[in-house]
Ligand binder design. Structure first.
Ligand code: SF4
Ligand code: SF4
Length: 170
């Protein structure tokens, strides 16, 4: 994940939902990668990330301050709901769960250009001002004119969490 990625200044989804998954994801005997010491048993089939099965959930693997600067300390070993969770506007699509988490923490929902780099935002705004001719600052020749919207950035890692008491994954 890029150092500039919006999720590194958020972390709301890691502190809003119960993160539950099939027990085997945390069982090294069957190639589970999630550190079992950071999980708790939910029922016979599922475990949760410790700290998330609570009225005020916060995953124990989350480091930092939500809405400011955060990091997942088990990023490479995170469970499937975290890998599948979609940040809003990834692939150009909204994400109700991302929006919900951010609103819980008083953060504004992401706008369609939130995942763009600063120079791409400039291009995006140029394209909005003139949807036919979008002069691209990344291109070097003066007559090099692109038409339409900017390219989408590299998609970030996806995460998915269940939604607490109304969990779809529990
Ligand atoms: S996916 Fe959405 S809620 Fe989760 S860290 Fe990224 S911006 Fe925040
Ligand atoms: S394992 Fe990482 S990505 Fe998943 S909820 Fe915890 S801190 Fe967030």
């Amino acid at each position: 994940m890029s150092a500039e990625h919006v999720c590194l200044r958020c972390g709301a989804c890691c502190a809003s939902f119960r993160v539950s998954f099939y027990w085997a994801e945390a069982d090294p005997a069957v190639a589970g990668s999630v550190p079992i010491a950071l999980t708790e048993k939910l029922n016979d089939l599922r475990r949760v990330m410790a700290g998330t099965n609570s009225k005020a959930p916060r995953c124990v693997a989350l480091e930092g301050q939500v809405g400011s600067c955060v990091r997942c300390t088990i990023y490479a070993e995170r469970p499937s709901p975290c890998r599948e969770f979609r940040v809003a506007w990834e692939d150009g699509l909204p994400s109700a769960e991302c929006d919900k988490a951010r609103l819980i923490w008083g953060l504004p929902v992401l706008q369609p250009y939130a995942l763009l780099l600063p120079e791409q935002i400039i291009e995006h705004r140029l394209a909005q001002a003139d949807p036919v001719l979008n002069l691209s600052p990344r291109r070097s020749t003066p007559d090099d004119v692109s038409v339409g919207m900017v390219d989408a950035p590299e998609p970030p890692p996806a995460k998915e969490h269940d939604a607490g008491e109304s969990a779809a994954y529990s």
